[in-house]
Design a protein. Structure first.
Length: 286
């Protein structure tokens, strides 16, 4: 008798454990009774009929699914490897159980094919620069396909784009050439501004000749800051010194010639009190 009671108690406990189900806050329960859907059950402690009811739990949290790298040929015939990540969640628990066998596997497969289709419609430059547009296009296509599954795709992001080595080198050369072009343009603009400033400065120096000499002296001061042993003279200063030397030489020669031509000519007196002949002065020309 005691054994029978023990067996009955054990059976009752087993039936009670089978009948009691706990649904978490982030889940919904889909109840089947004799294979027919009876609706959903909210979170909490729920009681079902053992061996008659079957409760399927469905998680409603957002699921992160990585989309493995896909070898894709872009519209301009460039082979790239693109990987992405998709975020989706179940919005209709009944459809996610009844309409499709495995939601996660289905989302993975359709995301791969959609990624290959959308990226293949864009060129390489568009794929690299218009990722937001590509993400939006993939999401729209997935939403349409998964609507009947009770699943909503909340976000799709391209995660990595791998380019061939030859394409990487070509893009590096292109970027380098572009930067060189910008550098040359900036250098030319700087030369233009400098030339305009020098033109204005030359106009001022033409109007004020002394400004050029002051500028030369300022340059000498700047050169002598480091206590150099080399002395630099500007070309205008050297020409001025040369002209000054030539002027002094001419003045000296003119003064000497004037002194020689104005010297008095002595005469020798005879007995009659007259000068018979002239005696040339020393250094004079007859």
């Amino acid at each position: 008798m005691n054994v029978v009671i023990i067996v009955l108690v054990v059976v009752a406990l087993i039936l009670l454990a089978t009948a009691l189900k706990i649904i978490k806050q982030y889940e919904r329960g889909v109840l089947f009774r004799f294979g027919r859907v009876q609706g959903t059950r909210e979170p909490g402690l729920r009681v079902i009929i053992p061996f008659v009811d079957v409760l399927r739990r469905v998680a409603l949290r957002i699921i992160t699914m990585p989309i493995q790298s896909q070898g894709i040929i872009t519209r301009d015939n460039v082979s790239v490897d693109v990987s992405a990540v998709a975020y989706f969640r179940v919005v209709d628990a009944v459809k996610s159980v009844v309409a499709i066998e495995n939601v996660n596997a289905a989302i993975d497969q359709i995301a791969q094919t959609t990624l290959r289709k959308v990226v293949g419609q864009h060129t390489l430059d568009q794929t690299l620069s218009e990722t937001d547009k590509i993400n939006l296009d993939i999401r729209k296509i997935l939403d349409v396909a998964t609507l009947d599954w009770g699943v909503e795709v909340t976000l799709v992001e391209l995660k990595d784009i791998q380019l061939p080595d030859t394409m990487k080198r070509a893009m590096a050369r292109q970027a380098e050439a572009e930067r060189e072009k910008r550098a040359k343009i900036i250098n030319a603009e700087g030369e233009l501004l400098a030339a305009a400033a020098l033109g204005e400065a030359s106009d001022v120096m033409v109007a004020h000749p002394l400004a050029l000499q002051l500028r030369n002296l300022q340059s000498l001061v700047e050169i002598g800051v480091d206590k150099n042993t080399t002395v630099v003279f500007p070309a205008p200063l050297m020409s001025t010194i040369g002209e000054l030397g030539s002027f002094l030489a001419r003045e000296t020669a003119a003064a000497s010639q004037a002194g020689q031509t104005t010297a008095p000519t002595p005469r020798i007196a005879n007995g009659a009190g007259e000068y018979d002949r002239a005696v040339p002065a020393p250094g004079s020309v007859q």
